[in-house]
Design a protein around this ligand. Structure first.
Ligand code: DON
Length: 428
């Protein structure tokens, strides 16, 4: 059987193909001459499966899609406080190249608009890298996200630099507020090189999937950035990634995203997939026209909006029963699914309401596929309280899904690999 996913992508491309509205970016002469008919879409799952349709291996420049990744590098290299001191996280509601900074601090509003992205570029690399070392840090970092060595399109870079008056104006303003502390031309040169890195739609989907996969590239297996950085980056992509169209995007598509003026568009759906599209004609916001249509369709066809309310944790307690009789009896809470806060609360309630009369209690995790940190802490607190109430507690955990099962503070637990180990003697 053929997979349904590439066929779906081919069909979606067919539906938007006839839309020739919008124009390729005109302010970078090299981009203005790009083939406007190119069209591609790729899904990369968080377990490394890549599906594509159309022009998925055509190279084009990354442009503003580099911004969230360079912001991630700045956060990872310098730490949160030094970066937040220089770049805010508020949506500006303005165009990507607006010449505006926060009135009191002189900080750019966020790292997705040019002012913030130029500043984030200046913060990439630990210590004090030379401009060339900083560019290499950025290209190396973008390459790690993509899982292959990326290169710079020198022609596009030179073409943009010839007309970079607006970015230079922004950089000079940043310098006057001491947000930039070096020659503004050098930083704009490095930032423009960053924007001129060549990628394919396939690369972009893997880069987005790396964000969706908590910072681990799902194809290469490399941890590219730490998890707390991922959350920060996805948050600003969600609120600011589509510039002055961010509100429409957040409500209609609802996927943290970033666009680029060469026609690329990425979306990272946490825990699920990275999506990338490529089509060079842009709308007045500088976002790919057909890319936006494709994302609208993907989101509604497949329920990908991040605010889509997931099924409730109602069924986390699969059964609550007693095995054996008299002093031999054991209370078994058989759990299932993923255990987050809401699911753990349901388990706590079950334990409280049941108030087991049996001396022994087993929490059976055989059918649990994940447990997050708060779920783990709450479950271990249940174990501790049961111990203090005089119970002997077993944790049935054949796949070691519970990390470090140590309740502490007077709690005691016996971990076993099979429910039979605790019940077989009681059912005779
Ligand atoms: O700074 C610029 O003008 C470009 N090199 C990048 C802008 C961009 O991609 C805006 N996004 N849609």
């Amino acid at each position: 059987m053929r997979s349904v996913v590439p066929d779906y992508l081919t069909e979606a491309l067919g539906d938007v193909e006839s839309d020739t509205s919008g124009e390729p970016a005109g302010y970078i002469p090299e981009l203005a001459v790009a083939d406007p008919e190119r069209l591609g879409a790729v899904f990369a799952t968080v377990d490394g499966q890549v599906y594509g349709a159309g022009d998925i291996d055509t190279e084009f420049t990354i442009q503003s899609i580099s911004k969230p990744f360079t912001y991630a590098m700045a956060l990872a290299d310098r730490g949160f406080d030094p970066v937040l001191a220089k770049v805010g996280v508020e949506p500006s509601g303005e165009a990507f190249n607006q010449i505006s900074l926060e009135g009191d601090t002189g900080r750019p509003y966020n790292p997705m608009i040019n002012a913030g992205a130029i500043t984030a570029h200046s913060l990439a690399g630990s210590a004090q890298p030379t401009p060339a070392e900083r560019v290499e840090r950025v290209v190396h970092g973008l390459s790690a996200f993509a899982g292959r060595r990326l290169t710079i399109d020198e022609a596009v870079c030179a073409s943009e630099l010839e007309h970079a008056h607006r970015n230079l104006a922004i950089a000079h303003m940043l310098r006057s507020h001491n947000i930039l502390t070096e020659d503004p031309r050098t930083v704009v040169d490095g930032y423009t090189r960053q924007c001129s890195v060549l990628v394919t739609t396939r690369d972009l989907a893997v880069m987005a999937a790396t964000l969706a996969n908590r910072g681990i590239n799902p194809v290469s297996g490399e941890r590219v950035i730490p998890e707390p950085v991922v959350r920060q980056v996805l948050s600003v992509m969600f609120t600011c990634g589509m510039y002055d169209a961010a509100g429409d995007w957040a409500t209609q598509v609802g996927i943290p995203a970033k666009s680029g003026v060469a026609g690329g568009l990425i979306g990272a759906l946490p825990g699920q997939i990275g999506i990338a599209t490529f089509s060079p004609r842009l709308d007045p916001h500088g976002n790919s026209v057909r890319g936006v249509s494709l994302f609208e369709r993907f989101s509604s066809d497949m329920g990908l909006h991040v605010m889509e309310v997931p099924a409730a944790a109602r069924a986390v307690v699969r059964s609550n029963h007693v095995v054996g009789r008299g002093p031999d009896a054991i209370r078994v809470l058989q759990l299932q699914g993923g255990i987050n806060f809401a699911a753990a609360e349901r388990i706590v309630r079950e334990a409280v309401d049941t108030a087991p009369a049996e001396a022994e209690v087993a929490l059976d995790l055989t059918m649990v596929y994940s447990i997050d940190d708060v779920g783990r802490r709450m479950l271990l607190e249940v174990v501790r309280r049961l111990t203090l109430d005089g119970h002997e507690v077993y944790l049935v955990d054949p796949e070691a899904i519970m990390p470090d099962p140590e309740p502490g503070n007077g709690g005691r637990i016996t971990v076993v690999g099979d429910i039979e180990q605790v019940v077989h003697s009681r059912i005779r």
